[in-house]
Design a protein around this ligand. Structure first.
Ligand SMILES: [Zn+2]
Length: 320
């Protein structure tokens, strides 16, 4: 075999020398040769440059891969956000459609010329306050009763007609009649206040209110206690969810309004709560049941008549 030249031997060792994997003896040999041989020194320089170039390329490749990975992560985050937005928007739109439907149905139902509206307010202690509103062809009678364990008692009956300036309130217990005239009576005689029901009235006023309600309210469907479907509407931002209203799906009219823990009974002389009861208002509606005699003002000529005219009182006050 041909004896290899020192240059060839050193050049074989150069890679190890650069990697620093040579034993001390070989290292010494290489260093000694390099100090004497410009050719091998040049070779070492080339090897070093070559390696640096390789390292740089590798780094570039890794950076590139990292960039791609980051991009695809951002992309999937954006897609997730997009999906969430679409779902939230979908929920919002479906709520808005429900609210809009309730508003339209309720105002359609309340347009009826012949409608009976009953409101029951649980007063606690076995008392229920009931108002009965008989409305027929612009005329109305409004009866206020209290139900207790002993039976029912009518407190007053009010007669009027839509947009007139007179309200007649008859108290059969004391045999008195109060006749209101003027602006106050006019206010009472507005269709809105005669056919008063909570919540839906405000909705039918504008699309903005409906849009706001769709944002604020949660809407569920239930049949509990009623036997047919109704919406349960709550304020989803209210912390304790104390308020809710039940809306009949068919008529769009409220069936029940609940304020949870609305009234408390305490042990006398202490701040200890004995009983917490919900404040509940119930509504009933009947269409085409009101008869002419229901809204006819009865003969009150035997009763003591009082007049109250707020306009006159206001005038007197402003003249002073
Ligand atoms: Zn050499």
């Amino acid at each position: 075999m041909e004896k290899r030249s020192e240059c060839e031997i050193v050049q074989d060792l150069l890679l190890g020398y650069v990697d620093d994997t040579l034993n001390a003896e070989s290292k010494k040999l290489v260093e000694k040769h390099l100090s004497e041989c410009a050719n091998c020194k040049e070779r070492l320089k080339m090897i070093r440059e070559d390696m640096r170039e390789k390292e740089e390329n590798q780094k570039k490749e890794i950076d590139y891969l990292k960039k791609i990975r980051r991009k695809s992560r951002i992309k999937s985050i954006l897609i997730a956000i997009g999906i969430i937005l679409v779902i939230v928007l979908g929920i919002y739109i479906s709520k808005f459609i429900k609210i809009n439907r309730i508003a339209n149905k309720s105002s359609q139902s309340l347009q009826a010329n012949n409608i009976y509206i009953e409101t029951r307010q649980m007063m606690g202690e076995g008392e229920v306050a009931i108002t009965k509103e008989y409305i027929k062809d612009g005329k109305y009678k409004s009866v206020w009763e209290i139900y207790t364990d002993e039976g029912s008692k009518i407190y007053s009956t009010t007669y009027g007609s839509i947009n007139s300036d007179e309200v007649i309130t008859i108290d059969d217990n004391n045999k008195t009649v109060l006749i209101d005239k003027g602006e106050f009576a006019k206010m009472k005689n507005q269709e809105n206040s005669i056919k008063f029901v909570p919540f839906v009235r405000d909705l039918s006023n504008s699309l903005y209110i409906q849009a706001g309600a769709a944002f604020v309210m949660s809407i569920d469907v239930d049949t509990y206690e009623i036997g047919r479907e109704y919406y349960v509407i709550r304020n989803q931002f209210e912390q304790n969810q104390r308020w809710e209203i039940w809306i009949d799906k068919e008529t769009g009219l409220p069936l029940r309004e609940i304020n949870k823990g609305g009234s408390m009974t305490r042990f006398p002389g202490t701040d200890i709560v004995k009983k917490v009861s919900d404040n509940v208002q119930e509504y009933r509606y009947e269409f085409d049941v009101v008869k002419e005699e229901d809204v006819q003002v009865p003969d009150y000529s035997e009763y003591k008549i009082e007049y109250s005219d707020l306009d006159e009182i206001n005038e007197l006050l402003s003249n002073k």
